[in-house]
Design a protein. Structure first.
Length: 592
């Protein structure tokens, strides 16, 4: 039976081992928490960037569509019949003006076009409206000579409407009245439905007016004070379903039709007096961060178990050596036998050292695992985004497009940076004057932006980059807009044709550089009218058939000091020619 001192000596190693175990588990837990927080922070930063990009694209799409309607209102206000009726000229015929407004309304796909005087009295309308329009901010702004905007709920139909009021000026300057253009919010809302990221737009009254989730329309946020001019009595307004969560990091909990846990992003849109919101699903980021933390914790636990086993083995060997030393002191006559045992013990110590060296290598690998996981996290997030798009396409039965999306995953590493750069450059607003621009690079940028549509429509592109640099005077973004518009029109024109081919060439002509685009479509029925505003051969009322694209492109090219012309090629199809000033060589006194 051991004595009391022996019991005390036996209990000491047990207490030490428990203390070391508790400290080790605490350190592992701390490291796992640090890894989780780091992975979560990195993942949420990337998620926020992607959400902002998605929100910018959705906002630009809606704002661009709305601005095209505003342009239609401004151009209608300059119509000679409209100006004549507004200033009460002799021979002005209200029924004739109403007929003009009806034709423009049919071409642009708007709900209503109305001509009013400064007091709001209706002079002519595409819908035979009579009476006086209620006072509103857009009418007040138009009366001051600027284009005004407004949104409201139609009191008769309950539909959500956007409205632009463009002033009608007399020939000597004063404001005579306004053209009021109304269109259904569905026209700018419908293209975004089905997007994986929920996006909604809140007005100054803190009410959701436009959203790509129909359930969110008319939701209100805390502090909402709906304007009765916009939301009449009986409008079904309801509190929002997004609630703050207790997870921190800016995360919120969504409703039944939103991500369970999402990261909100916002974007002010002063052009339309609204604020864009998006809620990006944060579930994958949380799962990846949790998986990384668990992986690191398990690796550390495994490494600690190896160290503990080696430590226990070393303690056992140390106890054996101590026992052997005491035995040698008591039994000197067993020196020879103890010498053999000590030789064997030394061999075990050498093997133990070798095992410790190997354990050190395993420790280094465990430390590198967190870095490797971080490096894999970025491409995995991008690949997941494409995979989500492919899943959505498969659900819609668009298997060919889904296959193309999956194929692009393999190209992500070498193409992601260039594609994002081109999209941002194309989306930004360009206000600088004309400068030196590489025309061939603009064409290739436009082809890359339309690459998916070109492949979908099975269009053959015959493009030969010129051997000599084609440097012209223009704006890179605006020139890209012109080329994209011409390419899109060519693709639309060849719909239903057996042979779809677009030939693109660049060649010098004296002091100008000429770009030609020729298609194999049916040609142009009325070449003299293609640049007239509202002239279009596309489907009436479609978002693409407003008849303003070529007119705007014509104005952009003229702004660079160039010319844009179009006609029918002798061998069939349409051909458009863009002639631009060749840029002067640097340092030659402005000579080309």
């Amino acid at each position: 039976m051991p004595s009391a001192p022996d019991n005390a000596r036996t209990s000491e190693p047990i207490v030490q081992r428990l203390l070391v175990l508790v400290l080790a588990l605490g350190a592992i837990l701390w490291v796992a928490v640090v890894v989780w927080q780091s992975a979560l922070h990195t993942g949420l930063a990337q998620l926020a960037e992607r959400g902002r990009a998605d929100l910018r694209l959705a906002s630009d799409r809606m704002v661009s569509s709305m601005l095209s309607f505003r342009e239609a209102a401004v151009m209608t206000a300059d119509h000679p019949f409209v100006v004549a009726l507004a200033q009460g000229s002799d021979g002005a015929d209200p029924p004739a003006v109403s007929e003009v407004l009806r034709r423009i309304s049919d071409l642009t796909g708007v709900q209503e076009l109305t001509l009013v005087d400064r007091a709001g009295r209706v002079l002519a309308s595409s819908t035979e409206r009579l009476g006086v329009l209620d006072p509103a901010p857009d009418l007040d702004r138009a009366a001051r000579g600027a284009t005004g905007s407004f949104h409201l709920i139609d009191r008769q139909t309950g539909e959500r409407m956007f409205r632009y009021a463009a002033p009608v000026f007399a020939s000597d300057g004063p404001v005579l009245g306004a053209i009021v253009l109304s269109f259904d919010a569905e026209k700018v809302e419908a293209p975004g439905r089905g997007d994986p990221v929920p996006v909604w737009f809140v007005d100054d009254d803190l009410v959701v007016f436009v959203a790509n989730r129909s359930e969110m329309v008319f939701e209100t946020t805390t502090g909402a004070t709906p304007d009765s001019r916009i939301y009449p009595a009986g409008t079904d307004l309801h509190p929002g379903r997004i609630r703050p969560s207790n997870l921190g990091s800016g995360l919120v909990r969504g409703g039944a039709y939103l991500p369970e846990i999402g990261l909100p992003v916002t974007l002010p849109l002063p052009v339309i007096d609204m604020t864009g919101h998006a809620l990006v699903d944060a579930g994958p980021v949380l799962r990846i961060a949790r998986a990384q933390a668990v992986s690191v914790a398990l690796a550390l636990i495994g490494f600690g178990a190896v160290i503990l086993a080696l430590w226990e083995r070393r303690r056992t060997l140390a106890d054996q050596l101590a026992a052997e030393a005491r035995a040698n002191a008591e039994l000197e006559h067993r020196v020879a036998e103890r010498t053999t045992e000590l030789r064997e013990t030394n061999e075990q110590l050498r093997r133990t050292q070798a095992e410790l060296v190997q354990a050190g290598k395993m420790s280094a690998l465990g430390q590198m695992s967190a870095g490797i996981s971080h490096e894999l996290n970025q491409p995995l997030m991008a690949i997941r985004s494409f995979a989500d798009n492919a899943e959505l396409l498969l659900e819609r039965g668009r298997t060919e497009e889904a296959g193309q999306t999956l194929g692009r995953i393999s190209e992500m590493a070498r193409r992601m940076g260039r594609i994002i750069k081109n999209l941002r450059a194309f989306a930004r607003a360009e206000t600088e004057p004309a400068s030196r621009v590489g025309l061939a690079s603009v064409v290739e940028q436009a082809l890359e932006l339309l690459e998916a549509r070109i492949a979908q429509e099975h269009v053959m592109i015959d493009w030969q980059r010129p051997e000599a640099p084609a440097i012209v005077m223009g704006g890179e973004v605006r020139l890209a807009q012109v080329v994209v518009n011409l390419l899109s029109n060519a693709i639309d024109a060849m719909e239903g044709q057996e042979r779809k081919r677009i030939t693109i060439r660049i060649h010098p002509e004296g002091a100008r550089t000429v770009l030609t685009l020729q298609d194999t479509g049916p040609g142009i029925a009325e070449p003299d009218r293609i640049f007239d505003p509202f002239y279009s051969t596309k489907e009436v009322g479609s978002a693409e058939g407003m008849g303003l694209g070529l007119s705007i492109s014509y104005g952009l090219v003229q702004g660079f000091g160039g010319t844009l012309s179009g006609g029918n090629a002798p061998e069939g199809g349409a051909i458009f020619t863009v002639a631009l000033r060749a840029a002067p060589q640097p340092g030659n006194g402005g000579k080309v």
